[in-house]
Design a protein around this ligand. Structure first.
Ligand code: GLU
Length: 288
């Protein structure tokens, strides 16, 4: 049997809070229970929001929780060339196109023709088309900024019958389920952003494949992303991981914890004199 490899992949955009601790411990425990490997990955492609001090704080917080991980830790911002190569393979297959539109233009277009927009996990999604070659070249020559979007129509053509059979495995406490993947809910998803030439989706599926991740264990806020990730894995020839999306921790009002909730940060909890064991107990994990 192949060894379970799973990962915790935080973005250093703020201090980790109890919700992250819950996620990290869920991933960690899954690795331990299966005598598998726990991989830590720093997802810092967003160069404006990610800060080195938050990366340092991630290590400090996780060490305080007595987790350990393999080194060197993969830091995505050191590997933009890898994501560019993955993008190039989609470009060669004619699966992506340049989109020069601003956010506002996209929203206006969706508002004008809502019937053309699939309902995505975050509202109506955009479906566009590449510009005629001459127009596109003129904009490129002018230095206009563009994102790369995945053409769902081209992806569907490329996969043929395989498109309808696209699925992923979701493991739940009640058992394993095969879920039909419907990546079209994302419309023509942005696969490489204007500012950094990649996206969470591309970098994440690339790294999961590179790092041999067999089980993607993460919060259920990312459940829908699996639909798109599964498509990218097939298009890029990456192996298929198993998914487990765990519940999200909420505050007493039922709201999701966020990095802005200062009191719930592990740093604040630690500085208040609490022990790692208190956090384990509060999150329902036994201390081993
Ligand atoms: N970097 C993402 C986050 O912090 C997690 C991505 C993932 O687990 O796939 O929300």
């Amino acid at each position: 049997m192949t060894q379970l490899v799973t990962r915790f992949a935080p973005s250093p955009t703020g201090h980790l809070h109890l919700g992250h601790a819950f996620s990290a411990l869920t991933v960690w425990r899954a690795a331990q229970e299966a005598a598998g490997r726990f991989v830590l990955r720093i997802e810092d492609i967003d160069r404006t929001r990610c800060k080195p001090e938050f990366e340092a704080a991630i290590y400090e917080d996780l060490r305080w929780l007595e987790l350990d991980w393999e080194t060197p830790v993969r830091r995505q911002s050191d590997h933009f060339a890898d994501y560019a190569a993955a993008l190039a393979s989609l470009q060669e297959k004619g699966l992506v196109y340049r989109c020069f539109k601003t956010r506002k233009e996209i929203l206006d277009e969706i508002a004008r023709a809502p019937h053309l927009s699939p309902q995505g996990p975050e509202g109506p999604a955009y479906v566009g088309a590449p510009l005629p070659e001459i127009e596109e070249q003129a904009l490129v020559d002018e230095g206009a900024a563009y994102a790369w979007r995945l053409s769902m129509a081209a992806a569907k053509d490329c996969l043929g019958e395989q498109w309808d059979a696209l699925s992923f495995t979701e493991e739940t406490p009640e058992g394993s389920r095969t879920m039909k993947a419907t990546p079209e809910i994302f419309g023509d998803a942005v696969i490489a952003r204007k500012d950094n030439g990649t996206s969470y989706h591309l970098a994440s599926v690339h790294d999961d494949a590179l790092q041999g991740v067999t089980h993607v264990i993460r919060g259920e806020d990312l459940y829908h992303a699996a639909h798109l990730h599964r498509l990218l894995q097939v298009l890029l020839g990456y192996p298929e991981p198993i998914y487990r999306h765990h519940r999200l921790l909420t505050d007493e009002k039922g709201r999701r914890l966020a990095k802005r909730d200062k009191a719930a940060t592990l740093k604040a909890i630690r500085e208040s004199g609490a022990e790692a064991g208190d956090v384990f107990a509060r999150l329902g994990f036994s201390v081993s």
